[in-house]
Design a protein around this ligand. Structure first.
Ligand SMILES: Cc1ncc(COP(=O)(O)O)c(C=O)c1O
Length: 395
């Protein structure tokens, strides 16, 4: 006999899948919840660009509504958008994907990660995660019954190397995640570094999931994709999207590129997941990827200015920190201050009203770091850096 008490589902919770019960609220979300309890907080926690979506993109969306573009689109997205996405990738990064069979428009990069993993992982598969890393992969890997294998890159300025991969490869390795530029470290992998990784895995039967959502936000040098290297296209799933490059997080446009033999399976998972992405957002995305192909450049230049400022301020305040080369995050070490990352972040919030994300949110070994997002105004960043400096001086 089950008693229902005010929606608590007493006696029923054990019926929820253990893998789902085991998922914890992300460290980023926990921090955001804590921030809402205080007034006057300078929040450096979010991965939300502080620029508005460019006006010509807004206009294209309004036009789509007026044109009645309000019906289902093909599952993989409109052909117009897939063509625009394919041309964008060719022009920017020299990648070549057939819009008819090798491009899928997803609900943000988040859904691209989900459908990619659910297509390629099975019970017992291992996935190498170069950490510290964005926390969006691990829960999905676990829900597939697969195992995340964290590879600690902190001893190598947060760069994944072929040697580090070699140490963790097993018969069960099904996928290696590459994220360049990286959230939370802002580090990038150069063409030469990718070549070394490609040489190691070229002959192996495994996939690379290359999350390139920050590809337009590289400061020094240009973005390289591992899919452009010989032998790698057939085993790589490239994930990109408009959330960061065009400041379109709420529009939910992700882009997945994969060879036809793989994309034809991924699109089935996507179809039964969401049918298709919003038709209005897709129309806006066509505009972004045609007339707005360089929209990210002024934003990138501004992020680079803030990166320089944040890096110099942290060094001046006594932090050990690797200079990031992309995205809009910086990941200083707090080891010398003798506090774990959650205590550091909570005290900084309580004592100085500055919010950052504890490094523990990004890897089991992330506890000696904090993540600072500089997707905020320069004025706010300046004030926050002053407060951080005075906080560590008082420790
Ligand atoms: C590395 C990385 N991948 C994927 C995502 C998800 O992007 P989207 O908002 O397009 O779902 C994020 C968002 O912060 C991210 O940092």
């Amino acid at each position: 006999m089950i008693t229902y008490i005010d929606g608590t589902g007493e006696g029923m919770e054990h019926l929820i899948r253990p893998e789902v019960q085991a998922i914890e609220v992300s460290g980023i979300r926990k921090m955001a919840n804590k921030v809402s309890q205080y007034d006057g907080v300078l929040s450096l926690t979010i991965g939300q660009p502080d620029f508005p979506t460019p006006k010509h993109i807004l206009d294209a969306a309004k036009q789509a509504i007026d044109n009645g573009e309000t019906v289902y689109t093909p599952n993989a997205g409109t052909l117009k958008l897939r063509k625009a996405a394919s041309e964008f990738l060719q022009r920017k990064y020299g990648l070549s994907y057939d819009p008819a069979e090798e491009v899928i428009v997803t609900v943000g990069a988040s859904e691209a990660i989900d459908v990619a993993f659910r297509t390629i992982l099975e019970e017992g598969s291992e996935v190498l995660l170069p950490g510290p890393i964005y926390p969006g992969y691990e829960p999905i890997i676990r829900m597939c019954g697969a195992l995340p294998v964290h590879v600690d890159t902190s001893g190598n300025s947060f760069k994944l190397t072929a040697d580090l991969i070699k140490e963790h490869l097993t018969e069960r390795t099904r996928c290696i995640v590459l994220a360049s530029p990286s959230n939370p470290t802002g580090c990038t992998l150069s063409l030469e570094e990718l070549q070394e990784i490609a040489a190691l895995v070229e002959e192996r039967e495994l996939f690379i999931l290359s999350d390139e959502i920050y590809s337009e936000l590289v400061f020094d040098g240009t973005h390289s994709s591992i899919a452009s290297l010989p032998g790698m296209r057939d085993k790589t799933i490239v994930i990109n999207g408009l959330s960061k490059s065009h400041s379109m997080t709420g529009w939910r446009i992700g882009l997945l590129f994969a060879p036809a033999y793989l994309a034809k399976h991924i699109v089935k998972v996507h179809q039964y997941n969401v049918t298709c992405t919003s038709s209005i957002s897709q129309a806006a995305a066509v505009e972004a990827l045609t007339n707005g192909i360089d929209d990210a450049l002024p934003m990138r230049d501004e992020y680079a200015r803030r990166r320089d400022f944040a890096y110099n301020s942290l060094v001046e305040a006594g932090f050990d920190v690797v200079k990031p080369n992309g995205a809009f995050y910086i990941f200083p070490s707090i080891a010398k201050f003798g506090l774990d990352s959650t205590t550091f972040a909570h005290r900084l919030l309580e004592e100085k009203r500055v919010a950052v994300v504890p490094g523990a949110a990004f890897a089991p070994f992330g506890d000696e770091y904090i993540r600072i997002s500089y997707a905020c105004s320069m004025e706010m960043l300046q004030e926050a850096m002053e407060r951080i400096k005075s906080f560590v001086q008082g420790l």
